[in-house]
Design a protein around this ligand. Structure first.
Ligand SMILES: [Fe+2]
Ligand SMILES: [Mn+2]
Length: 237
């Protein structure tokens, strides 16, 4: 028994040493993971602030005149479509607590506000309904109700809803820009669309982390691939 004592001491010492090393390695890995998550989240919020749209910079006070019926219809649609993005993301943030939704919904608020600035300038009555998830446009009402329901099913579905909203927004802005020569409108729409491309990049990155591949519903697959494989766009255009 006496002879075994040094052996037991050595084994005990080796055991403590190995446990210490393993603990140290696990500790480093946890810290690294936390850093990865943090920088990813920081990255998303950075991206988002550059997508804030300030109408003061985009609307030219020297441009005057009246709008065509289709330009007015377009503004009414976009005022509520950007509100839809804001409201849906706000509701999905409350449901899932993912910061991507609160970050992007802040940016959508500046988008709907910038369309409001155009309505004001051209003296068009604002269709805004002051209630979360409610709209005057009944088509948008249906889309919003449907997306909120789908987004409530799972985090993955919620992120897909995010991508779908951006997908729709990019397509509608593309159509509306083909229907106007008004520089104020084009300048605001270009910046809203740039914001949507960045948001689509962010939702796609998040979906990637959940192993989900998004298939576009409104823009073409080629247009989608071109957007998500190109870098984030900074500043106003
Ligand atoms: Fe957006
Ligand atoms: Mn937007």
């Amino acid at each position: 028994m006496k002879n075994n004592l040094p052996f037991i001491v050595v084994i005990g010492f080796v055991f403590i040493l190995v446990a210490g090393i393993i603990g140290y390695i696990i500790g480093i890995q946890l810290t690294n993971n936390q850093e990865t998550v943090m920088s990813f989240e920081e990255n998303l919020s950075m991206v988002d602030e550059s997508d804030y749209v300030s109408p003061e910079k985009l609307i030219n006070t020297n441009i005057t005149g009246t709008l065509t019926e289709s330009e007015i219809e377009g503004l009414l649609l976009m005022r509520e479509e950007e509100k839809l993005a804001h409201d849906v993301y706000t509701i999905l943030y409350e449901k899932w607590g993912l910061s991507i939704f609160s970050n992007i919904s802040d940016s959508e608020q500046t988008h709907t506000d910038s369309v409001k600035a155009l309505l004001d300038k051209y003296e068009v009555e604002d269709p805004y309904v002051d209630s979360l998830g409610k709209y005057e446009n009944q088509e948008l009402q249906k889309i919003s109700d449907n997306l909120i329901e789908i987004g409530g099913e799972s985090v993955e579905k919620a992120l897909e809803v995010g991508a779908t909203v951006e997908d729709l927004d990019i397509k509608d802005l593309q159509d509306l820009m083909g229907n106007t020569t008004n520089e104020d409108i084009i300048s605001v729409y270009n910046n809203l669309q740039k914001g949507s491309r960045n948001h689509l990049r962010s939702f796609t990155r998040m979906l990637d982390r959940y192993g989900v591949e998004y298939a576009p519903n409104y823009i073409t697959q080629d247009e989608y691939l071109e957007i998500i494989t190109s870098p984030y766009e900074r500043g106003s255009i």
